[in-house]
Ligand binder design. Structure first.
Ligand SMILES: [Zn+2]
Length: 195
């Protein structure tokens, strides 16, 4: 018999949180969200939104689930090259979700941070066009950090976090991932734009 030892980040003894994508709700512009309009001194159901007061837009936003994520099943799969992937089946209140370790958090604050990052506008940009301020260019990131981020990229085929730039294409965060783009000859990368 062979015993496999697979490290898992969470067990069902942990209180953990996850995030979900929801459509943005916009207030009806005719009734200003009230659902009724005044006509001949009478309150009438708003004909624009049929009394709902809101419209569901196609735009999605990441939010933190109110209720903690309760793990019901932990699924471990091992690829042919021996890399384990851990996924969790669970529920928040009455909703069921499948989540990877990346999308589970030990606090609501951490989950919110992830949402903030995901909700930033993203564009694909030529790595060459990213401007590196001196404050980054003068730093010497540790080999360990570079190795860890490279390992993540190789395993997941994406960076753990988006490179962040401002409206002038100047790097704000993610210098190591930028260096990896150069190293790996990546031509275009998806970046988050800070406003
Ligand atoms: Zn309305």
């Amino acid at each position: 018999m062979i015993t496999l030892q697979i490290p898992v980040k969470f067990t069902n003894e942990d209180t953990i949180y996850t995030t979900k994508q929801t459509n943005i709700e916009l207030d009806c512009t005719i009734c200003e969200g009230k659902g009724t309009i005044v006509y001949n001194n009478k309150n009438m159901r708003c004909p624009e939104c049929h009394g709902k007061g809101k419209f569901t837009s196609n735009k999605k936003v990441h939010t933190v689930c109110e209720e903690p994520f309760v793990i019901s099943t932990t699924k471990i799969s091992i690829s042919s090259n021996g890399n384990p992937t851990v996924k969790y089946k669970g529920r928040c209140g009455f909703s069921n979700y499948n989540r990877s370790e990346d999308n589970l958090f030990l606090s609501k604050e951490d989950a919110q941070k992830r949402c903030d990052e995901l909700n930033k506008a993203k564009i694909s940009i030529r790595v060459e066009d990213i401007v590196i301020p001196d404050s980054f260019a003068q730093t010497q990131p540790s080999i360990d950090k570079i190795q860890a981020k490279l390992d993540y990229y190789k395993t997941n085929d994406k960076f753990e976090k988006y490179i962040v730039i401002n409206r002038n294409n100047e790097l704000q965060d993610g210098y190591i991932n930028y260096l990896l783009c150069k190293l790996l000859n990546i031509e275009y990368v998806t970046v988050a734009i800070e406003v």
